[in-house]
Design a protein. Structure first.
Length: 449
């Protein structure tokens, strides 16, 4: 007598007669290869007076692809004329183990951006037998449809909000997302047909119903202040400073092209320096401007080459500075409110030295000072909307270049993204060793002819 103990059931194997125990039900394999209950009786009337009524074979693709023929015995009760079959839960358990493993492979393949064909090949190479792409796609979609969304009963009151634009059969659709800025939970991740003010208001009010609302961190979209204050009159707004910096870069490039002069780089970093400490970059630019004054000649062509070399030197300096911060796990230091006020006052006094577009941007910062400095007055608030951008990057960052076939496909993906980010397990973590052990048990009990 040999005893084998897989994870979910135990099997006692006898060389003369195969028998195995699953919970309280004992099964045997008869000499003609049929699975039977060792203590069989009619499940309807309890009678032991019955006759064999043939069998049926398990037709699941996993079983048939392995070349196994598992027969489940059938019976007919003489007393109540009922028909029934032997229990087959132990086989279904093994099938589930294998399919759970395949689901794990599929979700991993999807997150890595593999196509359905590539995912199918990966499954075949890993598991050792083939599935049709259609079947794997069905298995994947059914699993995603079963993902349940978490209902939130508490939150910090400070939220990141942003939108991501996707395509469904070539048509533009919008992904709305709300993230708790303090605990990182995704409160909302939903597909809508557009990002109009009315649509956003409806989804945001529904998602945050019953939750505290103190502040929002958002991009500098002109519709947000009015929308938020209509829904939550007391809520405050922090405009994303990273978004502000991007606009400043864009305006400089529109006016001076991609090769922004050193003087204008200095102007840009003076604005960047309002809310974050960019002293090293400003000192480097001061050094380079002095170097240019010392090296320039009457030959404009030569001066152009000098400027090009100095801009390249500055770009390399900024790159190395970022690398150093990453190595030291540091972020660009933030300014205090007092520091920002002092620096901005000096900039306003020198506003005529800036190009016209930046003069307008300086006035814009002045007009919306409260929206740019909330993070300095509330420690729960972040100065940028990068928290939700990281969520987009970790989930569907490249989907704006891809076409989904249907809204249901996008919704399934968003549900899975949200559940995974919030720490929920959407697929079991079945290991390959468990699959090998379970399938090996089937070959032991039902050896191929």
């Amino acid at each position: 007598m040999k005893t084998l103990v897989p994870k979910n059931f135990c099997v006692e194997y006898n060389t003369r007669l195969s028998g195995f125990i699953d919970g309280k039900i004992q099964h045997v394999i008869s000499v003609d290869g049929k699975v039977k209950n060792s203590k069989n009786k009619c499940p309807f009337c309890g009678s032991y007076d019955f006759v064999n009524n043939g069998y049926y074979c398990i037709e699941d693709s996993m079983i048939t692809s392995l070349g196994l023929r598992i027969k489940i015995a059938q019976f007919h009760c003489k007393k109540c004329s009922a028909f029934w079959s032997s229990e087959r839960d132990f086989v279904d358990c093994i099938i589930k183990i294998e399919k759970d493993f395949v689901k794990c492979l599929l979700i991993g393949a999807a997150r890595q951006g593999l196509s359905l064909v590539s995912a199918t090949n990966l499954v075949e190479e890993t598991v050792g037998h083939s599935y049709s792409p259609q079947y794997l796609h069905e298995l994947y979609t059914i699993a995603l449809d079963q993902v349940k969304q978490e209902k939130f009963y508490s939150a910090s009151g400070v939220y990141n909000y942003d939108e991501q634009h996707l395509k469904e059969n070539g048509n533009a659709v919008c992904r709305l997302a709300i993230k708790d800025a303090v605990d990182g939970k995704i409160i909302l991740d939903k597909l809508t047909s557009d990002a109009k003010k009315e649509t956003i208001a409806k989804e945001v009010s529904k998602a945050l119903g019953g939750l505290p609302v103190d502040a929002f961190i958002v991009d500098m979209n002109h519709i947000y202040p009015e929308l938020i204050h209509e829904l939550y009159p007391r809520a405050k707004i922090q405009w994303c400073i990273f978004h502000l910096h991007k606009i400043i870069w864009k305006e400089l490039q529109e006016e001076f092209g991609k090769n922004i002069p050193l003087v204008q780089l200095n102007n840009a970093y003076m604005l960047f320096n309002i809310f974050f400490d960019h002293t090293p970059e400003l000192e480097k630019l001061k050094e380079l401007l002095k170097k240019y004054d010392e090296q320039r000649t009457r030959d404009e062509k030569n001066n152009t080459e000098i400027k090009k070399a100095l801009r390249k030197e500055f770009a390399q300096f900024v790159k190395e500075l970022k690398k150093q911060r990453r190595r030291e796990h540091k972020l660009t230091p933030r300014r205090t409110l007092e520091q920002s006020q002092k620096i901005f006052t000096q900039i306003k006094q020198q506003v005529l030295l800036f190009p016209k577009k930046l003069q307008k941007r300086i006035q814009y910062i002045d007009d919306n000072w409260e929206k740019f400095t909330l993070f300095q007055r509330d420690t729960r608030v972040q100065p940028t909307n990068n928290g939700i951008e990281q969520y987009f990057a970790a989930t569907l960052a490249k989907t704006d270049k891809k076409d989904f076939r249907s809204k249901n496909a996008i919704t399934r993906e968003l549900n899975a993204c949200q559940a995974e980010w919030n720490g929920n397990t959407i697929f079991s973590t079945t290991k390959l060793t468990e699959v090998i052990s379970a399938i090996g048990m089937l070959f032991l009990l039902f050896p191929p002819p």
